[in-house]
Ligand binder design. Structure first.
Ligand code: TNX
Length: 757
């Protein structure tokens, strides 16, 4: 008891022990004993007027959050000696890393030193994070005396925002830039054009915005649904606004990289100027998501004239060294049947359409290089040969970045599995997302330098970036929700030394980090503290429902069925022995439910929980819980498939053997599969069921090539057999046909569950 009292007393008598909670975590941080009190009488003293902007930004923050600002003195101004001072000083520091600063806080002076203005700015951001996490009652802000030396690990620290799928107002973009600044990011990747909208004014081509910035309506619900909202959707940024944002970002030491997508993802431009496409249209601004075959024509010289003119205006607006020209997801279907594209392939002695894509990118690169700028492209620009000076943004995995670095090209890592903030951060997400599962811990654990690279090659990894694609994010508050706290975790990956990164440390700081979000008035996800349900193999064979939580204020209760009355305390994984639904929630000490109820339905049969083996394992990206995923009693519901529940094979067949443990009388067998051609997921072309008694020899029961249902597919045999082993063979569809998204590449095959009744 006594031990507990002591720290409580300390808190009461001395606020000096306020927790230091800075993210990204600084390189060196020494905590002293006393404190520095910042109040209205504190003043800011600058070496030079060049530092004024940063001091003013600090004042804006103070004003917005705590309601007062400080007087600023510069150069030879006469400074009152009595007051507490915040001092900005130019000073050389070692090591010579761009962005370095140091901070020294004593009772009367808070000194921020740096060789350059960006360092002073980062020091100011650290100071902001030393201010109280709760608004104090009096305008007297207690800052702990700390000593800091700090500099970034990576030179490129990026965040992306897609404003093409959904448009966000300038006022919000400025806030977005503020979030980057708070976390010491230095690049904002602005995805300005796509199939669903062209969002930047180009004076020479006014139809890009008068036609290309509007779509007639937008898909409602998840991709693949056939419902549309019937509402016209428009939005673009004038060149004046673009300049404003570039300036706003530059004041915060953030470079803005514009992305103008080519040769794919360009339907909005094609709708405005149909001569840019192979078939000359008509086209309309895309109303759904995914990938379309309509792309810029690579055979027509006027496509290049157009794009070069666009780039001229873009370059005039953005001082960025890098111009992003997309390059991703460009189906080659239209090029294959376009006489001009085929003539180009011949004339340029290209092997195929992949080399034509490379020709396209290289031709644009040459133009952009001649203007003194460099290109960035998504990893597909590796197809058919990399443009000589290009930087690769690796998104489909790490392999694009690895390949680039091995070819001595710079790379920026944005692999989907760690850096796609459009993916769900909770297993039981309460709003529609694109899918996937990217929890906070996974972001924090990301290492941008792939193991495959040696020290020399690793130098080409400039840094990393998180991407926020907005198909399912149509308002600023949802942007915030998808960003926080994952963006804070990523800032630490990019800034803090590798050996300083500690998940346990971050986890301890997380409540304070969330208090700061409240101070900033931003919405954030508390998914980390949610009830986390998983379906796992039970000991021996069987299925159990496991519930976890990091929320220390609550305990878990559950109930059988959907009614939420008679509840039991959860003490460990629940063995599922019959078909039915379970519900669970968190309850506090007073038996008040403090979370949403999570529900799980199980549908059990003779195969449930039994051992499944594969001839070919599923693809790593869709490997679920291995064979268990096919017999875990969980069947995906129509309309709301969770990709984590599926097993996927890319271009390969599935051959699954289930051991029923003893000879069993069987009346029917069902394979639940899934199709979504727009996402390159195709139905099996044929499913064959077999029975056997020794696990090695099998007899065919029935071959099925007709299927019931669409999207959620059912392959079923009703031949009665007696057997211990069941084998299910599902043949992959093969190559995606011409005219479909992903034409010419291997199809995915998704399986969900095997039922034996
Ligand atoms: C792939 S990432 C895309 C985007 C989508 C995103 C959704 C990339 C280069 N292309 O067009 O919005 O997936 O996660």
């Amino acid at each position: 008891m006594k031990k507990l009292l002591l720290p409580v007393l300390f808190l009461l008598v001395s606020p000096a022990f306020a927790q230091v909670n800075i993210s990204p975590m600084p390189v060196e941080l020494k905590e002293g004993k006393g404190n520095f009190v910042l109040d209205k009488s504190t003043l800011i003293k600058l070496d030079s007027r060049d530092q004024q902007k940063t001091a003013e930004l600090f004042n804006e923050y103070l004003q917005a959050v705590y309601g007062f600002r400080l007087k600023i003195f510069a150069g030879s101004d006469a400074v009152p000696t009595s007051a507490n001072k915040i001092v900005f000083r130019y000073q050389r520091l070692a090591p010579q890393v761009d962005g370095i600063y140091a901070m020294d806080i004593s009772a009367r002076e808070l000194l921020i030193k740096a060789p350059f203005n960006n360092g002073l700015f980062y020091g100011m951001q650290t100071l902001i994070q030393l201010l109280p996490l709760q608004k104090p009652a009096t305008a007297s802000l207690v800052i702990p005396q700390v000593q800091i030396k700090d500099y970034p690990r990576f030179a490129y620290r990026g965040m992306h925002l897609d404003v093409a799928r959904h448009y966000f107002p300038m006022s919000f973009l400025k806030k977005y830039i503020d979030y980057l600044a708070y976390h010491k990011f230095n690049n904002f990747h602005w995805h300005l054009t796509d199939d669903q909208g062209w969002r930047i004014e180009i004076k020479k081509y006014p139809l890009l915005t008068s036609i290309g910035s509007c779509r007639a309506q937008t898909l409602a619900g998840r991709y693949g649904s056939d419902k549309y909202d019937g509402k016209k959707y428009c939005g673009f940024y004038t060149q004046e606004e673009v300049k404003q944002l570039v300036k706003y970002a530059a004041d915060r030491y953030i470079n803005v990289i514009p992305e103008i997508e080519m040769p794919g993802h360009g339907v909005a431009a094609l709708s405005a100027y149909p001569y840019l496409g192979c078939t000359r249209g008509p086209y309309k601004v895309y109303e759904t998501w995914g990938v379309t075959d309509d792309v810029f024509c690579a055979g027509n010289d006027s496509t290049f004239t157009f794009l070069q003119n666009v780039i001229d205006e873009v370059i005039a607006l953005f001082p960025s060294k890098y111009i992003h020209i997309g390059g991703d997801e460009c189906p080659k279907t239209k090029w294959k049947s376009c006489p001009l594209c085929q003539a180009r392939i011949k004339a340029e002695h290209l092997k195929d359409e992949h080399e034509l894509q490379s020709y396209f990118i290289q031709r644009m690169e040459k133009y952009i290089n001649a203007k003194g700028r460099s290109i960035i492209g998504w990893d597909e620009i590796l197809e058919g040969g990399l443009a000589p000076n290009a930087t690769v943004m690796s998104w489909t995995g790490e392999h694009g970045g690895i390949a680039a670095a091995k070819q001595q090209h710079n790379a920026i890592m944005t692999p989907g599995a760690w850096c796609y903030f459009d993916h769900s951060q909770s297993r039981n997400e309460d709003s529609l997302t694109i899918g996937g599962y990217l929890p906070l811990e996974k972001v924090y654990g990301y290492e941008p330098v792939p193991k495959e690279l040696n020290a020399e090659e690793a130098k080409y990894i400039l840094g990393a970036q998180a991407n926020l694609w907005t198909e399912y994010i149509d308002n600023p508050s949802k942007v915030q929700y998808m960003l926080f706290p994952r963006m804070t975790a990523l800032s630490e990956v990019l800034w803090s030394p590798k050996e300083k990164r500690s998940w346990e440390g971050f986890e301890q700081r997380l409540p304070g980090i969330m208090d700061r979000y409240k101070l900033w008035n931003v919405r954030y996800s508390t998914a980390y503290y949610d009830l986390q349900p998983t379906v796992v193999p039970a000991e021996g064979n069987g299925i159990s429902w496991k519930l976890d939580t990091k929320n220390t204020n609550g305990h878990i209760i559950y109930t059988k069925g959907e009614t939420q009355n008679a509840s039991f305390n959860y003490t460990g994984p629940l063995l599922i022995s019959a078909t039915g639904t379970y519900s669970a929630a968190l309850e506090d000490g007073d038996h008040k439910v403090i979370s949403n109820w999570v529900k799980q339905s199980f549908s059990l049969n003779k195969a449930s929980g039994k051992k499944v083996t594969f001839k070919t394992e599923p693809n790593k990206s869709y490997s679920g819980s291995g064979g268990f995923s096919l017999v875990d009693g969980v069947q995906n519901k129509v309309g709301m498939p969770k990709s984590s529940e599926f097993l996927g094979w890319l271009g390969k067949d599935m051959e699954a053997v289930i051991d029923l443990e003893k000879e069993t009388a069987i009346s029917n067998i069902i394979l639940h599969a899934f199709e979504q051609p727009g996402s390159w997921i195709y139905r099996p072309s044929e499913v064959t069921f077999y029975s056997g008694n020794n696990g090695a020899d099998f007899t065919e029961i029935e071959k099925i090539s007709t299927v019931t249902g669409s999207r959620n597919l059912i392959y079923r045999t009703d031949h009665a057999v007696k057997a211990r082993y069941i084998k299910v063979m599902a043949k992959n569809y093969g190559v995606i046909p011409i005219g479909q998204a992903g034409a010419g590449t291997a199809a995915w095959m998704f399986a969900d569950e095997i039922e034996v009744n």
